[in-house]
Ligand binder design. Structure first.
Ligand code: HEC
Length: 254
């Protein structure tokens, strides 16, 4: 009599289990790399290491209380010129960073005497070139965070890429027989729901900083369901078979 073949993770052969395991491990490392990368791109936005709600507000909404040049002149560029010149530049920024005033009120001279030694291609440092007015003016504008075009670009990459990853992680997890069917269905769709929530909240945060906490909830819930699917799948493939055989069919709602 042929042995009945049960469709669940526990009773698969070594080849399929190894394939699934290899995939799950690589995707988990990829996930960790993504978390490290987030620390570098967004984690430092508020000047301190570690991701916070402020970082998310500064990254997407921007630091609207001021411009980059003012923030720098109150920070790392404070000692590059005299106090008088520093206040003159800040004053020029507050008055609208007008091009005529740039030349008429001596801002051009301040740049030339105090800044272009480093801020020019000739310095060999890859810093914004302040021999050109446009480059100074650009840093005098209010910091409004991520642009809509960069949001559109990262949104579509994330939607396609992450949906694809969760397709396979979810497919493997669907073969776990030990999870009640409604819980299983919920865990499988959760990443998609929270992916949409997470990405919508980038756009919402761009418009209103109060949505920043939604970005954290969306990302956190996605990580949680990923972790749950990962651990359950690994358990049913490698630990459960040592204890008992499994004759349930994970794909049927019986
Ligand atoms: C001794 C070299 C040096 C001089 C002189 C200097 N800077 Fe800088 N500047 C830097 C370096 C290095 C950075 C990048 C590190 C940082 O942001 O603190 C920088 C960054 C900046 C930035 C941020 C640029 C960006 O878009 O990321 C601004 C704005 C700026 N400087 C303004 C000024 C102004 C205004 C002056 C003149 C009063 C000045 N700097 C003089 C070295 C210099």
């Amino acid at each position: 009599m042929p042995a009945t073949h049960n469709i669940n993770l526990c009773s698969q052969g070594i080849a399929l289990k190894s394939l699934f395991t290899g995939y799950l491990i690589v995707v988990a490392i990829g996930y960790m790399m993504a978390l490290v990368q987030i620390q570098f791109t967004h984690g430092l936005a508020d000047g301190e290491f570690g991701l916070s709600v402020d970082d998310i507000v500064y990254s997407y909404y921007g630091k609207r209380s001021g411009s980059v040049i003012e923030a720098k002149l109150n920070g790392s560029m404070q000692l590059m010129t005299s106090e008088e010149n520093r206040l003159k530049v800040i004053n020029w920024v507050h008055k609208g960073a007008d091009e005529k005033a740039f030349y008429d009120t001596g801002i051009r001279q301040i740049m030339d005497s105090s800044c272009v030694a480093c801020h020019s291609p000739a310095s060999g440092m890859s810093l914004p070139d302040f021999t050109k007015f446009e480059n100074v003016a650009k840093r005098a504008e209010t910091d409004t965070g991520a642009s809509f075009s960069s949001l559109a670009r990262i949104s579509h990459i994330h939607l396609f890429g992450i949906a694809f990853i969760f397709m396979f992680v979810g497919l493997i997890f669907s073969l776990a027989a030990g999870v009640p069917r409604y819980l299983k269905a919920a865990v499988v769709v959760m990443p998609y729901v929270f992916l949409i929530l997470d990405i919508s909240s980038w756009w919402l945060t761009k418009l209103n900083p109060n949505f920043a906490w939604l970005v954290i909830i969306g990302g956190g819930a996605m990580a949680l369901s990923f972790g749950f699917m990962w651990i359950v799948s690994m358990y049913e493939m490698w630990i459960m078979p040592r204890r008992k055989s499994d004759d349930r069919d994970a794909l049927l709602d019986e």
